[in-house]
Design a protein around this ligand. Sequence first.
Ligand code: PHE
Length: 540
Amino acid sequence: MSDSSTSASWSRRGFLRAVGVSGGAGTMFAAMGALGLAPTAEAAGATAAFSAPSASDFTLTGRSAASVVILGGGIAGLISAYELGKAGYRCTILEPRSRTGGRNFTARGGTTETDVFGRKQTAAFSEGQYMNCGPARLAQWMVTLDYCRELRVPIQVFTNTNADAFIYNESAGMTKPERYRSAKSDVYGYVSELLAKATSQGALDSELTSEDKERLITFLQGWGQLDSTSLRYTDSGNRGYSPYPGAAGTPGTSLGPVPGLSEVFASGVGRYFSFEFGFDQAMLMFQPVGGMDQIPKALTKAIGAEKVRLGCQATKITELPDGVTVEYTDAHGHARAISADYLIAAMPPHLLAKLPHNLGPSVQTGLQAITPASASKIGLEYKSRWWETDYQIYGGITETDLDLTHVWHPSYDFHGDRGVLIGYYNYGQNADMYGKMTPAEREARAITLGTKIYGPKYRTEFASSFSQSWRYIPHIEGAWHNTPDGGPDAPVLKPLAHPTGRTYFAGDWLSYMDAWQHGAITSARSAVTQLHTRQLAAAV
Ligand code: PHE
């Protein structure tokens, strides 16, 4: 540290001590906020900058860390305990399931799950094979990656878009799949051709200067691979080849004639292309090596497994003037209670709304303003990686208009002996439909439909499946949420995002990033900051 920064911090400290002595810690903490040293109560809900609570925050206040009971050992609950633990808060997590992580859940050989209908499955995947049943991809800007770095959870690229993956729109009359690269070449080509022609014929003269027109046409010629004189979309090779070009004498065979413009638009393939621009879905994306649950495992270890009570289901919340009591049923079915200075409720809002509590009607209204949404996945293990050997597809997603919706090729263990495809990843009514079937029925349907796209090996190479629909998983009962307009800043959610009592709330549903761990984490950080700010300023 340089001399100047040392003396600057000393003078700041002196100033703060003086403020603390004369005005009390509340004033001091506010002054710290004004100096940019500590979050103000106002900024406590902000998520952009987060500074983790630390034991030294208490040095000048005459206060100490408090006890906190946390309902839910999903990502929001784990992050809350992890961050508060850095300042010495005594946290206890009550988690009704037999493992932490919540929807961050990875199935491998031996993993069991029983749905709300009582149907039990045990995954029979081979050693090293797994499926992420919940979250499975991380954008580079997401704070989830910061925790992977901090907790030393290794990551690898998750292939979210792949030019060699397929599109299969049966309702548009496709009888075989089309490669992304061909579909994109055609759609971009014809859109470019039309726009270039309209521009050169003067249809956009009121919008464009002659320089604009020239530049636009130059761009479109490249973008759509247009013939430079006719401005027509022609086959440039970007549609792909079969076989691909090789040695002398083998220039490659292009994939047949370019289909007509109306055929291309009628196929509906263009609807998939905006996905890869998504601020949350654009490549590169990442995944933890060995399964997404490496994150909750590392968090649980860092927190201390003894602070997590598994199999414990909350039955009642009572907020008191100086603390909170939670009644719960433990793993042996015994009624128990725990009291703490604060509560962080990090469980699904629609399940929380069913618990008896005295948090007031506006909290209840807020909880009820959020409803669960459905999603489901099936993992299909194969005895060979035929999608790599026969189709040269290494990771990425095949898009379909079948009720399967998305089919994912694995982004790990390339060239391995076996592999797990996600045979469907669907939402809403499709997810509920599959969720209501027996696991055997789901498997049968997924294979029958997948065979239409990939052919007979989809059946003959199949080994075993594991499937689940989040709407029907006990203690979770939803994949993500329908949240009010305005997200966490919707007036109806204000009592949850900025509570005045001793109960704080956290979850993806209370963030602008519902359905992402980033949302759960930023929401938990906000709850932690508000709680810590309050504790630092509380009367001694
Ligand atoms: N985060 C989830 C996923 O990536 C759900 C989601 C899908 C969220 C698409 C936004 C967009 O699959």
